[in-house]
Design a protein around this ligand. Structure first.
Ligand code: ATP
Ligand code: LTN
Length: 338
């Protein structure tokens, strides 16, 4: 008998512009592993409401991200792709988890401390967000949660909440999930500042990121302006002075899938960084071309996109709602089934 495939859950917020770092560091790996695992990919629109959003903008960004993920290769036949607010079990179950989660656990979260310090008026949802995230994961019995380093503490909290529910109500009811942090190699740095990671919240800044929907001319321009150094040696390096060139080579390597030796061979005859920048731009444009075409086709066919998202939501609801219904029974809200 085939061993049971592990369940993977990951979420991505529909805010900001999806960029090359998100693709090379996260989405590309999700696509590659679709056959090995049972995957749930969720566009977490409820999470986005933890900071104020323009309703029309949020609606558009949510659909646009769904289309982009499919365009990148998330196959709705292989993976369950859905929008969080379409599946009512998330909000319903999060309330139940709220009522077993000590406030102090949430107040300790470093992301809450950082984000709330920067805002004048802090919404309750911002504090409570890790509980909603816990439900996302544990209502699907997910074993693995691929996330960036910044989300590790939230997945650890999810483990604590799952264990607390299990010890209060029924041992082993929830799977205790593990965070899966990608290797550091998958870190794409900002083109304008190669010492800081390329980031969604800065993707609107000119020259910072390559956004997956950028036109070829824009991509060429952004790479051309990329910060390098005053030398001319094209080599992989850990030297912070050479971070710009290292980042460009890293992007070329990730896009082409070539070995470091083959990457360097491609630039053996380059006359300085200008040729490196042109080379990286060319392979990135070629990689993004079919993704952009598929994206445009999906956005032009809203009926098909709705159909795919409705299938995803139905599959997700069929798994998470029974789990939440069982919680309701255990917690004394509805009589247990005989
Ligand atoms: P922000 O930096 O504004 O918080 P983000 O760009 O990190 O946003 P997320 O939605 O938090 O975007 O991340 C989605 C996924 O993309 C995560 O798995 C994250 O680890 C990955 N990711 C984000 N930025 C990079 C990057 N520069 N290089 C590699 N992977 C990245
Ligand atoms: N909080 C995450 C997004 C997220 C998530 C999840 C990730 C919401 N629910 C469940 C993994 C599993 C973020 O902001 N990157």
């Amino acid at each position: 008998m085939e061993p049971q495939k592990k369940r993977v859950f990951s979420g991505i917020q529909p805010t900001g512009n999806i960029h090359l770092g998100n693709y090379l560091g996260a989405v590309k790996n999700w696509v590659a592993k679709q056959d090995e695992k049972v995957n749930f990919f969720c566009i977490v629109d409820l999470h986005s409401l933890t900071v104020p959003q323009d309703p029309a903008d949020l609606r558009f960004q949510t659909r646009s991200l769904a289309a982009m993920l499919i365009a990148c290769g998330i196959d709705p036949q292989k993976s369950t792709l859905f929008i969080q607010s379409h599946v009512s079990a998330h909000a319903e179950g999060a309330w139940l988890l709220n009522c077993i989660t000590p406030l102090g656990w949430l107040q300790r979260m470093t992301q809450f401390k950082d984000k709330s310090a920067k805002q004048e008026s802090v919404l309750t949802g911002l504090l409570d967000y890790p509980v909603l995230m816990t439900g996302d994961i544990i209502f699907y019995d997910a074993h693995e949660v691929p996330v960036g380093e910044d989300q590790k503490q939230h997945v650890e909290l999810a483990r604590d909440i799952a264990q607390r529910f299990n010890s209060l109500y029924e041992e082993e009811f929830f799977i205790v999930p593990e965070p899966v942090i990608p290797e550091v190699g998958a870190r794409v740095m900002g083109l304008d500042d190669p010492t800081n990671k390329m980031s969604k919240s800065l993707a609107h800044v000119r020259g910072h990121a390559i956004r997956l929907l950028d036109e070829p001319k824009e991509i060429e321009r952004s790479f051309k302006r990329a910060v390098t150094d005053s030398g001319n040696e094209i080599a992989f390096s850990d030297d912070p002075e050479k971070a710009g060139v290292n980042n460009l080579l890293g992007i070329y390597k990730a896009v082409t899938g070539k070995s470091e030796a083959d990457v360097l061979a491609d630039f053996a005859n380059a006359r300085g960084y200008g040729d490196l920048k042109k080379g990286v731009a060319a392979v990135t444009i070629e990689m993004l071309r079919p993704i952009q075409e598929r994206y445009q086709a999906l956005m032009a066919d809203p009926v098909e996109l709705d159909r795919l998202l409705a299938i995803g939501a139905a599959q997700a609801q069929a798994i998470s709602q029974p789990k939440v219904d069982q919680m309701k029974q255990m917690m004394g809200l509805v009589p247990p089934r005989r």
